[in-house]
Design a protein around this ligand. Structure first.
Ligand SMILES: [Zn+2]
Length: 338
């Protein structure tokens, strides 16, 4: 089979790779229905995270089970399944606490931009849908594998409640789906920070009630203006830079919460500032597995359509164009079809 391999900065190739097989008795092999390019794939693509050897890419996936190992009992060939970028046993204490992305036996699933994928710990990792979905539902189901699950975790970690005032920092796919998540959770005001017209429009479609185009201290001042000097109850930080984190903490009210899911790059926090601000911070790699059953139901029952975040659909062999388009911000998120 052929799949995506990153060789170095902006050098992604679609080339021959070993076909995945069952290696452990707890594995499954799935045939990918759709995969996509993640904002976090752009860190190594841009050379921010160094690439030391050719690296298979892709960690967002859904598809049909082809084969399972002899100890797999909860999923079977022919089922349509969705899993997270971290395989987890779903039985250890960390999984039971709802933090499957800190599973004691977690394994990164990092080669999903390919037609076939081996998924370890299949029973704990994969969640089947009630039947094989129609084609039009697949983009939305695919988002649950990471980007929507991550936006949902940002809102969950920020303690979004009905009636809340929410600020979302970041207008990438995660931020936009953070807006959708806050809306689903009943937030009354959702202020999306974005400078790009097309993204502002999508943010509004997903439930944003106001847009703030300023950045940095000006953005924080604008949030103060909009909230009678108080700040937001919940802030979703979906970027991972020092500027975005400062903007998020600055936008929260006293006693407010910041849910941060942007992978931090050079982010440091000022302990004294946090101390006097009474701000809650909670974040990390999203425990997507915790949310999958609920999010699958919401999509299946037509309550939300997160697949609208894909504004570029390409055949998998054009994966390099998907990366380029996202790198140049010509696309919010690229869906790839094997
Ligand atoms: Zn576990």
């Amino acid at each position: 089979m052929r799949g995506a391999v990153l060789y170095g900065p902006r050098d992604i190739r679609f080339e021959e790779r070993a076909t995945p097989t069952i290696r452990e008795s707890t594995d499954a092999v799935i045939r990918i229905s759709a995969t996509c390019v993640c904002g976090s794939d752009l860190w190594p693509y841009r050379g921010v995270n160094p690439i030391t050897q050719p690296t298979p890419m892709g960690h967002e996936y859904c598809g049909v089970v082809e084969e399972v190992g002899r100890d797999v009992t909860r999923v079977r060939p022919g089922q349509f399944v969705i899993g997270s970028f971290f395989a987890s046993d779903n039985t250890c204490p960390n999984c039971h606490a709802g933090y499957q992305s800190s599973c004691q036996h977690k394994q990164f699933v990092g080669d999903a931009q390919a037609p076939l994928l081996r998924v370890p710990l299949a029973d704990g990792t994969l969640v089947p849908t009630r039947e094989v979905p129609s084609e039009d539902m697949i983009p939305s189901l695919l988002t649950l594998s990471d980007v929507m699950g991550t936006g949902w975790f940002a809102a969950d970690a920020a303690g979004v409640k009905p009636g809340a005032t929410v600020v979302v920092v970041g207008d990438g796919a995660v931020g936009l789906l953070g807006v959708l998540s806050a809306s689903q959770m009943g937030a009354e005001r959702i202020i999306a920070m974005s400078r790009h017209e097309s993204r502002q429009k999508l943010a509004r479609e997903f439930g944003a009630t106001e847009i703030v185009a300023e950045r940095g201290e000006k953005a924080v001042a604008r949030i103060r203006d909009l909230t009678n000097g108080i700040g937001a109850d919940s802030v979703l930080e979906c970027v991972g830079t020092p500027e975005s984190m400062a903007q998020a903490v600055g936008s929260a009210r006293a006693g407010g919460s910041v849910g941060y899911v942007g992978v931090p790059h050079s982010v440091t926090l000022d302990g004294e500032k946090l101390f006097y601000k009474h701000v809650h911070l909670h974040g990390g790699p999203a425990p997507v597995r915790r949310f999958l059953p609920e999010l699958i139901d919401l999509v299946w029952n037509g309550k939300m359509n997160p697949g609208r975040v894909f504004d570029l659909v390409l055949p998998l062999d054009q994966v390099a164009e998907g990366y380029r388009a996202m790198d140049e911000r010509r696309a919010v998120k690229a869906l790839l079809r094997p």
